[in-house]
Design a binder for this molecule. Structure first.
Ligand SMILES: C[S@@+](CC[C@H](N)C(=O)[O-])C[C@H]1O[C@@H](n2cnc3c(N)ncnc32)[C@H](O)[C@@H]1O
Length: 157
C-alpha cells in the first residue's frame, strides 16, 4: 500500500480548498471545446470532475480512486498508460508529476495526448527544477502561472 492509499480517507478534507483554487485557475485559462476528451492524470479523488466533461481519471492509488465518483476511472501508472496514441485532446495533471518517473511519464503524456497539456508542479517538491527543465525540453510553454502552492504550466507539443 502506498502513501496515498494509506492517507486516502483524510485527503479530501486536507486538500480540497487548495486543489480547487488551482483547478479554477486552470479553467479560466483554457478553452475545452464540447466533446473534447480530457485525461486527468494522477486524478486522486477527482476534484477535476466538477469542472470539466469527458474526463478519464487515472491514478495509481486504488483507495483514492474508490472516492473518485467519475465512472470513467482506471487504476494505472503514469509511466505505462493503457491508451492508444493521441487518445486525449487534453492531458491535465494537478500536483502529481513530482511522484512520477519523469522520463517515462513525459513520454507517455506526449504519446497519449494530442496537443494540449496542463501540468501543475508543487513548488515545494524536491525535484521541481528537474521537472520544469524536462518539461521545457519536451514541450513548448504557452503560459506559466505561479499560484500559492503550484506552478501551472500550459503546454503544447
Ligand atoms: C497530491 S495528489 C493530487 C491528486 C489530484 N490531482 C488532486 O488535485 O487532488 C497526487 C496523486 O498522484 C497519484 N500518483 C502518484 N504516483 C502516480 C503514478 N506513478 N501514476 C499515477 N498516479 C500517481 C497519487 O496516487 C495521488 O492521487
Amino acid at each position: 500500500m502506498n502513501y496515498y492509499d494509506q492517507t486516502a480517507q483524510g485527503y479530501p478534507e486536507l486538500h480540497k480548498e487548495e486543489q480547487i483554487k488551482k483547478i479554477k485557475l486552470i479553467k479560466e485559462n483554457i478553452d475545452i471545446k464540447p466533446g473534447e476528451k480530457v485525461l486527468d492524470l494522477g486524478a486522486g479523488t477527482g476534484f477535476l470532475n466538477n469542472f470539466f466533461d469527458n474526463i478519464t481519471s487515472v491514478d495509481s492509488s486504488e483507495e483514492l480512486l474508490k472516492q473518485n465518483k467519475n465512472p470513467t476511472k482506471i487504476k494505472a501508472s503514469a509511466e505505462d498508460l493503457p491508451f492508444e496514441d493521441n487518445s486525449f485532446d487534453w492531458v491535465i495533471s494537478v500536483t502529481a508529476i513530482h511522484h512520477f518517473e519523469l522520463n517515462k511519464a513525459i513520454k507517455e503524456i506526449k504519446r497519449v495526448g494530442k496537443n494540449n497539456f496542463v501540468i501543475t508542479i508543487l513548488k515545494k517538491a524536491n525535484n521541481k527544477e528537474t521537472i520544469i527543465k524536462k518539461l521545457k525540453e519536451n514541450f513548448k510553454i504557452k503560459k506559466q502561472i505561479e499560484e500559492d502552492k503550484d506552478i501551472i504550466l500550459f503546454l503544447t507539443q
